[in-house]
Write a protein that binds this ligand. Sequence first.
Ligand code: ATP
Ligand code: MG
Ligand code: MG
Length: 380
Amino acid sequence: MNVLILGAGQLARMMSLASKPLNITVRAYDVGSKTVVDPLNSAISYGDLNAGIEFADTITAEFEHISHDVLAQCEASGKLKPSSQAIKTGGDRRLEKALLTKANAANAKHQIIESKADFDQALQTLALPLILKSALEGYDGKGQWRLKDLSQADDIWADIEAFFQGSKSSVKQAVIAEQMVPFDREVSLVGMRDVNGNTKVYPLTENHHTDGVLTVSVALNDNEALQTQAQQIFDSIANALGYVGVLAIEFFQVGDQLLVNEIAPRVHNSGHWTQQGADTCQFENHIRAVCGLPLGSGELVRPTAMINILGEDSIPNAILDIPSVSLHWYGKTKRAGRKMGHINLSATTNQALFERLEKVAMLLPEQAFSDIQQYARSLA
Ligand code: ATP
Ligand code: MG
Ligand code: MG
């Protein structure tokens, strides 16, 4: 089998690595250079999108912000999984909110803003503080404004208006105003749905962010009720989309209730731990699903956590001297804040995992990892 992935970043790379043992060959379409490349070596080129579509038995995506022309061209070949509608829904917060309504999934009170009148109305009907998010092209906390006090309203509106005017998208831009959720913590569920509609999920993951970017995920194996609640939401969302592949759902946990923050129609950073902590990792399961193969189990095999490496291209080798630690580099050029790699670590009990997480964190250079160190200390 041959798979073409739209997007040629680390997620395509890890899907390629997971595909080799199954005799599945992966190529990736780099949306920047508009060429098909080897996801493990972007210097190797295989021609344009048409050549990639020709090569592929199945086409899928590693991120949701793919131009609609490219999606339409892939869908016309009959090979695209999940559907272009599912991918677009992950890339447009208006469609995403409509999906949550359809799937009856609880989420923050919100309003769509396309004009000053909408903005003024949101200030009247929603309770402050608000978070305003661009409908299109938002990721890693980019394209967001926080409005705590009415005195900020004029400045924020001026910013949003400039943002609308600067938009190069062929789709009309908008902003979603959401009430800030006073959450206890953020968790996510990564799961998968096969071509016959069967679903499986991984354990919920607790996610820690640093400056709006995910930095640590810890698999949770101690809350059955929460897991069941998340799985039900997963099933209703995945079924509503007729989804095929791995799908991630980010939640806010408030008491024992889960509110959906957003979805990602792809493998997800909060599922990287599955490479060492689950029976079948998310990368293999996504490939299995889109190739029409049976899904592997998402069962946790041992307590596992992940640390993101942001903006650094080396870490002390002593980390590899700690048992059950594995290091995954993405082969990218160093840039401030860029996702360069991740560390997975496992242990036999949760407590041993937390202690190991602290040990690993303390070996990382303090300057870049101080927030992670603090979080690890709070768990241990
Ligand atoms: P990602 O990289 O996860 O795709 P994103 O840019 O799509 O990020 P969100 O996940 O929507 O952004 O928001 C980023 C972070 O901002 C969230 O993880 C959460 O910490 C905070 N946040 C977003 N919406 C809300 C909300 N309604 N209430 C409280 N906090 C929020
Ligand atoms: Mg997002
Ligand atoms: Mg998010």
